[in-house]
Design a protein around this ligand. Structure first.
Ligand code: NCD
Length: 306
């Protein structure tokens, strides 16, 4: 049985198949409307979420399946002290597949070791977020027509941002990818990713503090929120939170075909005035997230639609 813990659980070919399937779902939604009849997805969310939880649920409902779950640790038996491994044993009796988000790195991995159904990591602490990466890849491929030969700017909280960590892991497998890592000194990409992933794959990258310096070179700008919940001290968060604000003036520096992605939620890092810029792709990205999760559910459940 397959689980999805990090993007590298899927080969490049498997990822391409999922993205192709997502494109077919987008073009022919009716064809898939009953594909998961009789199947149930459980969403086990120990940490807040809007898009990731609801888009997994929307994906299963669009496939004709059922959904169940909890949206906070407080409303599950975790509040009584139950372990993740015991919880997943129960869920395996009720559902056919599950998506789990947890504040602790590695919790979904513990779950999959005790699960008799496929487990999708829907975000574990500051570690990985593979379904957001599938969403990002589908968005980039749909807008740019390719996943290679790109200069990608990653901006904001590169230290704690799990979406950035997963996206880097996935993108280094394509040809001629270059990164510009844009962050304050305090929120730089962790060494283990810089050395083990970027250096090991001989991926060219630059680290800069100033967003304006990077903007003219980028094909994609991936903005992120400063991850308040992962800071040890509130003062440090307050000092960092408005470090980057992308506005219409700064967008004048960017190429006409540079797209802005953001996993959302946005706080202050993109001014609302940018939403009307045709290069703002973060709301379209959300829609791609539903198609790609539909494709992922079908793939993990090994359901083929002729
Ligand atoms: C991201 C997450 O939860 O890591 N959001 C999401 O899943 N769309 C990014 C964030 O919370 O900043």
């Amino acid at each position: 049985m397959k689980h999805l813990m990090n993007p590298l659980d899927l080969s490049v070919d498997e990822i391409n198949d999922i993205l192709d399937l997502a494109n077919d779902i987008e073009a022919n939604p009716q064809k898939y409307a009953h594909a998961c009849e009789g199947k149930t997805l459980a969403t086990l969310f120990y940490e807040p979420s809007t898009r990731t939880r609801l888009s997994h649920e929307a994906a299963m409902l669009n496939l004709g399946g059922n959904v169940m779950g909890f949206s906070s640790a407080n409303s599950s038996s975790a509040a009584k002290g139950e372990s993740v491994s015991d919880t997943i044993r129960s869920i395996s009796c009720y559902a056919d597949i599950c998506a789990m988000r947890h504040p602790k790195e590695g919790a979904p991995m513990v779950a999959c070791q005790h699960s008799s159904i496929p487990v999708i990591n829907a975000g574990d602490g500051g570690h990985q977020h593979p379904t957001q990466t599938l969403t990002d890849l589908l968005t980039i491929r749909s807008l740019k027509g390719r996943l290679d030969h790109l200069v990608i700017g990653l901006c904001g909280d590169l230290k704690f941002g799990r979406t950035v960590h997963s996206l880097i892991h996935a993108l280094v497998r394509y040809d001629d990818i270059r990164f510009i890592l844009i962050s304050p000194e305090e929120l730089r990409l962790p060494d283990y990713i810089r050395q083990d992933v970027l250096d090991n794959h001989k991926i060219p990258y630059k680290e800069v503090v100033c967003l304006e310096d990077a903007l003219p070179d980028l094909d994609i700008l991936y903005m992120t929120r400063v991850q308040r919940e992962r800071f040890f001290n509130e003062e440090e968060y307050i000092r960092m939170k408005d470090f980057y604000i992308l506005d219409a003036k700064k967008m004048e520096l960017a190429k006409d075909d540079m797209y802005i992605l953001h996993p959302l939620p946005r706080v202050n890092e993109i001014a609302v005035e940018v939403d009307d810029d045709p290069r703002a792709a973060y709301f379209r990205q959300m829609q791609y997230g539903v198609y790609v999760r539909m494709a992922l559910i079908l793939t993990l459940l090994e359901i083929k639609v002729p």
